[in-house]
Write a protein that binds this ligand. Structure first.
Ligand code: FAD
Length: 475
């Protein structure tokens, strides 16, 4: 009888533990992807749906090259698995597990139910460096601070046994499959995907990694904070959908650091980011309310203002702070935003505008191709100061000096805010400080060609600090 290979967020054939295990049985493999929107804790966001559409098509093509056929089903996971078991006579289901609390619980229930009917179910870790629950502190609990987690993870890290490449996938029984285009994953109303960047799928992931190792890794430590340079790997959507394993990125970084003479220190910096990804995933696994509740509960007493017009100005990149507006427009246009700018725009929303971080998190969820519940929530809570190992709330990013420091020539800002392109770097991060004749010569009329700042930085800063006092004074 065949084995069902249930694809989740592991949309690749290489380094795929569930596929390797299925292959090792020597039985025909029935690969399936189930779009189960009904039981998802949160529907997939718009930009991620675009990515998923392309990624599944790439996976289906690779499977076809190996003589197989990806079965696509939409509906309740358990019901669809049972239907497939009935159709194929399969007696075993293999999958790489989801570690998000909701997915974990659901899959555990499905596994119990199928096992009760005599179907073997096997789960693997194909998405994280380490399995949640395997990196614990001295008292057996989860780490809540990154650095000790990072050290513990590095100390106990064991590379997975070498997994072979893709294998022959022919010989599975034929069954019905949905037409992916009928799933409507590609955005329609509106279709804003025209400028989305990236190449979904396993081949695209490999290309992104190679490009980064060739040009970005050697100066990663400096360039990773520079949105005006292409200094980071752009692997995040590939990692989210499991088109590449974090292990592959990890080992390739150390191999490249060794061979081109650049210090292993750069590879350490890069892999520390991969460890942040594990850290967020482990935290979420242990603390299921991470996307909904402040990790430090007193932060849920923050006197948010939540001004609807200001939220809209933020989403549209019309706040009057050029670095914030550039980031928000980059996000909308490309489905991606540079990490430094994510921190700046998030801090601006939360602290300058006193808008609940959950509203920003929701907008990112819909617009990011790499939208990931654990990563998004952990990072928003990091900026808000309410997270497990957060940046202190009183560290309020100054959007002017952040722009000057990380985009000194205004290259990034003017790419996304072209209405300021004739302003010199001295004024491009704070156009309202430019003398009227300079503004006139640059064709900028504040309030008409480009917005006046939504709030005054110094006043907003004081208001944010005062808000913090109110939550602290209540003990
Ligand atoms: P690189 O610098 O090349 O890093 C390599 C990999 O390490 C990334 O692909 C990513 O998987 C991981 N990584 C890097 N930075 C972080 C980080 N701060 N936290 C966790 N993992 C990290 N990342 C997501 O994948 N999904 C999200 O939904 C998400 N939301 C975010 C929201 C906010 C407010 C902020 C400040 C950050 C968020 N991040 C999120 C983290 C980070 O911005 C992206 O992972 C990063 O910009 C991806 O670019 P890259 O692949 O070129 O990164």
């Amino acid at each position: 009888p065949p084995v069902i290979l249930w694809f989740r967020r592991d949309l690749r054939l290489a380094d795929n533990p569930a596929l390797q295990a299925a292959h090792a049985t020597g039985r025909p493999i029935v690969p399936v992807y189930i779009l189960d929107e009904g039981s998802a804790v949160r529907p997939i966001g718009g930009a991620s749906r675009w990515w998923l559409d392309k990624s599944l098509k790439a996976l289906a093509a690779s499977i076809m090259e190996r003589g197989g056929s990806l079965v696509l089903r939409r509906g309740d996971s358990e019901a669809e698995l049972r239907r497939l078991i009935d159709q194929t006579g399969a007696t075993c289901v293999m999958m790489n597990r989801l570690f998000e609390p909701d997915g974990w619980a659901r899959d555990t229930d499905i596994a119990h139910a199928l096992k009760a009917d005599g179907v073997e179910v096997k789960g693997f870790n194909g998405t994280l460096l380490t399995r949640p629950g395997s990196v614990l502190n001295g008292s057996g609990g989860p780490y809540k601070v990154y650095t000790p987690f990072m050290k513990a993870l590095r100390a106990q890290l064991e590379p997975p046994a070498h997994t072979t490449g893709p294998c022959d996938l022919s010989g599975a029984p034929e069954v019905d499959s949905d037409d992916i285009d009928a799933w409507g994953l590609h955005p329609t109303r509106p279709d804003w995907s025209g400028g989305f960047l990236g190449e979904p799928g396993e081949a695209g992931a490999t290309r992104a990694l190679s490009a980064f190792l060739q040009s970005g890794l050697k100066s990663y430590d400096d360039d990773r904070n520079r949105p005006d340079r292409e200094g980071t790997s752009r692997l995040s959507p590939h990692l989210h959908f499991g088109e590449i394993s974090p292990w592959r990125a990890w080992t390739a970084a150390y191999d490249a650091a060794g061979s081109d003479g650049s210090s292993a220190g750069q590879a350490d910096k890069f892999t520390n980011e991969l460890i942040w990804r594990d850290f967020s995933a482990h935290l979420f696994h242990h603390f299921p309310t991470l996307p909904t509740d402040a990790f430090r509960p007193e932060y849920d007493r923050m006197p948010w203002i939540n001004d609807a017009a200001q939220i809209e100005a933020w989403t549209k990149g019309q706040t009057g702070y050029p670095i914030v507006d550039a980031g928000m427009r980059e996000l909308w246009t490309t489905g991606f935003m540079h990490n430094r700018v994510r921190m700046i725009v998030a801090s601006f929303l939360i602290k300058h505008l006193l808008i609940d971080w959950r509203k920003g998190e929701a907008w990112f969820w819909d617009c990011l191709m790499d939208a990931d519940l654990a990563q998004n929530a952990q990072n928003w809570q990091w900026v808000a100061g309410s997270g497990a190992d957060a940046s202190p709330y009183f560290r309020i990013f100054n959007p002017i000096t952040q722009g000057q420091k990380f985009d000194p020539d205004g290259v990034y800002v003017t790419r996304w805010v072209p209405e300021l392109k004739r302003l010199s770097p001295a004024f491009v991060h704070s156009p309202w400080t430019a003398p009227p004749e300079i503004l006139r010569a640059a064709g900028v009329t504040l309030g008409r060609t480009y917005p006046k700042p939504l709030v005054d930085h110094a006043e907003a800063r004081q208001r944010a600090l005062a808000a913090l006092k109110t939550i602290n004074s209540q003990g």
